[in-house]
Ligand binder design. Structure first.
Ligand code: MG
Ligand code: ZN
Length: 219
């Protein structure tokens, strides 16, 4: 693609992201853009969060996928409002897609909105969705080299969730290296160790979230 074209796309996206941001701010909704590789556990993290916050926080989910409504069906089973965006093969979400999804979702009374991006560590990073916070999700099974190889995500995220920590004893995952690489890119960012399978660390993640719901937005 020509550089000029890319620049135009990103400028248009920035304008749409501003509209999303304003709409969510007016509705008092805190939103999270979950970015990860496929299979790292974004949907599982959302499911675990819904279970932990049931009756306490009213949340909604926007599911981004190249195809299928499988993730949205998982969320709908938990009785949470969910809108599916199918990108028809597209490898990232753009703010205009989120705007369209917001038309399908009642924001009144909503406090927290998850936006599950398409599984991809590269281009979702350059498309602002108007989110309040950006969450990098990595699973230990992917290897400790992801922060070093995909630095832009870790530089721009507000929190890193390291999932599948229950598997670490069976993997050649060098957690010290992983942590050092994340720290080098983003010294203040919390790194939360979780296992959506065993529930380890979910309460710390939920605490981080609840603190964000009561503190002023960064944007
Ligand atoms: Mg998913
Ligand atoms: Zn893409």
């Amino acid at each position: 693609m020509e550089i000029k074209v890319v620049k135009r796309i990103l400028e248009a996206n920035e304008q749409h992201a501003e509209v999303v941001r304003q709409r969510l701010r007016e509705a008092g909704v805190v939103s999270l853009n979950l970015i990860s590789a496929p299979g790292s556990g974004k949907t599982s993290l959302i499911e675990a969060t819904i279970r932990a916050l049931r009756g306490k926080v009213r949340l909604g989910v926007i599911e981004g996928d190249p195809d299928t409504t499988r993730d949205a069906e998982r969320i709908a089973r938990l009785d949470v409002p969910v809108v599916q965006i199918n990108t028809e093969g597209g490898c990232h979400l753009e703010a205009t897609m989120v705007l369209r999804a917001l038309e399908e979702m009642a924001l009144d009374g909503l406090q927290l909105l998850f936006i599950e991006n398409v599984g991809n560590l590269v281009c979702p990073v350059v498309f602002d969705l108007g989110e309040t916070y950006r969450v990098a999700v990595v699973s230990a099974a992917e290897g400790h080299d992801k922060p070093a190889k995909y630095p832009a995500l870790f530089r721009t995220a507000h929190v890193t969730v390291l999932n599948k920590v229950d598997l670490i004893p069976y993997l050649d995952f060098d957690e010290a290296q992983f942590t050092a690489d994340v720290r080098r890119l983003n010294p203040q960012m919390p790194i939360l160790r979780v296992s959506c399978r065993t529930g380890e660390g979910i309460s710390e993640w939920v605490q981080w979230l609840e603190a964000k719901l009561t503190s002023p937005h960064p944007v």
